[in-house]
Ligand binder design. Sequence first.
Ligand code: NCD
Length: 364
Amino acid sequence: MKHLIDPTDLTKQETDQIIALAGDMIANKAKYCDSQRYGKLATLFYEPSTRTRLSFTSAMMELGGNVLGFSSATNSSVSKGETVQDTVRVVSAFADVIAMRHHLEGAPLAASMVSPVPIINAGDGSHSHPTQTLTDLLTIFRELGQIDGITIGFCGDLKFGRTVHSLIKALSRYEGIKIVLIAPEELRLPDYIKQDVCCSESIPFREVSTMEEVLGELDVLYMTRVQKERFLDEDEFDRVKDSFVLDKEKMKLAKPKMAVLHPLPRVNEILPEVDSDHRAAYFRQVENGKFVRMALITKLLEWKDDPAHSMPVDKDRIENTGDYVCHNRKCICNHESLPPMFKRSPDGVIRCRYCDAKVEVKKR
Ligand code: NCD
């Protein structure tokens, strides 16, 4: 069975199949309107969401299926102390596929370990957001006609922005990608992504501190919101919250075909005056998100019993679990009783399998 926890759980070929199917769904809506009749999607959202949850709901409705679930943990048995794995064991009796958003990193992975139905990670803490990645890939393809060979600038909160982490991982499998990271010191991309993706897959990337110095080179500018809710220190948030603002003046420096993407919601990082620019693709991106989720649900259900579409082998897993400990306070493994799992990254660093944080050697 195939779950989607990390963007690389899908092979490049599977990713391209989903993007192609989404394209066909856009062109031939009527063909698919009854294709999941009687199908049920559960949306388990432990963290606030507007567009992702509604996008999943609307996607399943467009396919003729039904949706059940909860939109906040306070409305569910979680408030009685139920674990993620128990909730999923229960809900899988009621639904054919589950989309889960959780504030704890690794929660969807923990869910997938016990689930008899496909689990889709709809965002876990600051970690991953693979369905936004599919949305972004489809948007890039529709705006520019290609994904290979693009130069993409990521701007804003690259530290906590899970959409950035997932998209960079996914792009590492395309040809000729160049990445420019535009962020203040405090919000730079986590090392594990730089090491694992940018270095080991040899994607050229550079870090700059102003938008102006790179705008003219970019095919895609990926803007992000500073993720207030992920800061442990409010002063630090105040220092960086107005770091980068895209306005009409700056758009004059960009290529005539550059696409501006943003996973939304925006706060103040793109001024409304940019919205009428034909290069502002962020509202088109929202609609693409619905179609790509329709394609994803369809494919995961189609692949469910097909051994050719199983999860990738965990080849970096390490067995001596007693030697290490994950200290990430936002990791599910520090909140629920789960088997510790670790892996060795390409740079030799041992990381927690749930959240990717660097682990420490246990003191004896
Ligand atoms: C993003 C998220 O939830 O990570 N939004 C989304 O899914 N469309 C980005 C954000 O919250 O800033």
